[in-house]
Ligand binder design. Structure first.
Ligand code: ADE
Length: 221
């Protein structure tokens, strides 16, 4: 499941350049029974299954011990869950401070509460909807953080004006040709007047954000 997003395009390039290293572990490898059991019925009854604590603790503690051998300690342990803090650009930016992180992908009805209480340092949700597992969410989180790292983007300036970086959506972009099917590129962009262009873009950003995401404008003011 992780192969596509982590093994093509810019992400693969980042891996090749050593900007990021991803190490995917299978929780079943940290079980000790014949059936490699990772889930069980919830105490108190109810629908669905709950992920058992033992394999998750063993997996995370094994990884932590491996990192400790390289003198890497205080690694954040992030649980992907729809109950977590909503992922934003600001949170992704905050996570770039860590050189290492362990991400746990929740499954089924969730994980045993003792994992949250005694192992996890952060809980992250990628939106107010429920996925069938935390894997896609983990890939979204990793992608969002890694593209902010030095060496990921060919032109890191593109990070400065993109949507959500300054609390506004990005202005409309155009490229050649100057006229396509009778639709012309706004004159100002062809003018070469950088002050005017900057003013137009800022204005467009504000209009766009007000129309599409009034909640973002309210949050800023
Ligand atoms: N697992 C299931 N749904 C999720 C979500 N919205 N965010 C993070 N992890 C999840």
């Amino acid at each position: 499941m992780f192969n596509g997003p982590f093994n093509c395009g810019l992400f693969q390039k980042a891996v090749d350049k050593g900007v990021v290293k991803v190490d995917v572990r299978n929780i079943r490898d940290y079980t000790h029974d014949k059936h490699h059991t990772t889930d069980d019925a919830p105490y108190g009854g109810g629908a669905g299954m709950v992920m058992k604590p033992e394999p998750i603790f063993e997996a995370v503690e094994t990884i932590k011990a491996e990192l400790a051998q390289k003198e890497i300690t205080d690694v954040p342990v992030i649980l992907m869950t729809p109950q977590g803090q909503l992922l934003t650009q600001a949170i992704a930016q905050e996570f770039t401070q860590y050189n290492n992180m362990i991400i746990i992908c929740g499954q089924y009805e969730g994980v045993d509460e003792r994992v949250r209480e005694h192992l996890v340092t952060h809980e992250i949700s990628i939106g107010d909807y429920v996925l069938s597992g935390g894997e896609l969410a983990a890939m979204v989180v990793v992608n969002t953080i890694v593209r902010l790292l030095p060496g990921f983007l060919g032109s890191p300036e593109s990070l400065i004006s993109e949507s959500h970086t300054d609390g506004l959506l990005e202005y409309p972009q155009y490229t050649r040709p100057p006229e396509f099917r009778n639709w012309a590129v706004p004159e100002v962009l062809l003018s070469g007047n950088h002050a005017q262009i900057a003013k137009w873009r800022k204005n467009q950003s504000i209009i766009r954000t007000t129309q599409r995401r009034p909640d973002m404008i309210e949050r800023e003011s």
